[in-house]
Design a protein around this ligand. Sequence first.
Ligand SMILES: [Cu+2]
Length: 151
Amino acid sequence: MKNRIIPLIISVLFSGDGYASPGYADIDVNIGKPGSIDKADRVIKLTQVDNMFLPAEIKVSEGETIQFVIKNGGNHKHEMLIGSMADLKKAAGMRRTNPDAAHAEANLVQLEPGEQKELIWQFTKAGVIDFACPLPGHFKKMRGKIFVEKK
Ligand SMILES: [Cu+2]
């Protein structure tokens, strides 16, 4: 048994840039964790329009806690979900069959037109993390990347 586990661990450790490779979707991809407002290092403002994020590329530093202030400047409902691309695709697939399935979570905000909300997230490890609006018809265009730079 031991002989089978060790090669698996090694292949996970050396699977590249921290993204889960196909078949490893459930492995932690170091997207970070929910942050608390009193630990926030800075504020980053994002605007949603129909259908994109402005800006769509964000740079943060490893360890930083960001207070995202997200404003829906569009005429439609939008969401912002932070995750690995595999998880975002999974979420978007679920929303195609049931658009109202989701509820607010630490890595998800849901905004009506004109609404503004906050999402506080700590980026614990260097790498690239994705975000998107998983709503049907939005997901392909409404995406962005967070570049977490090494300290
Ligand atoms: Cu949207």
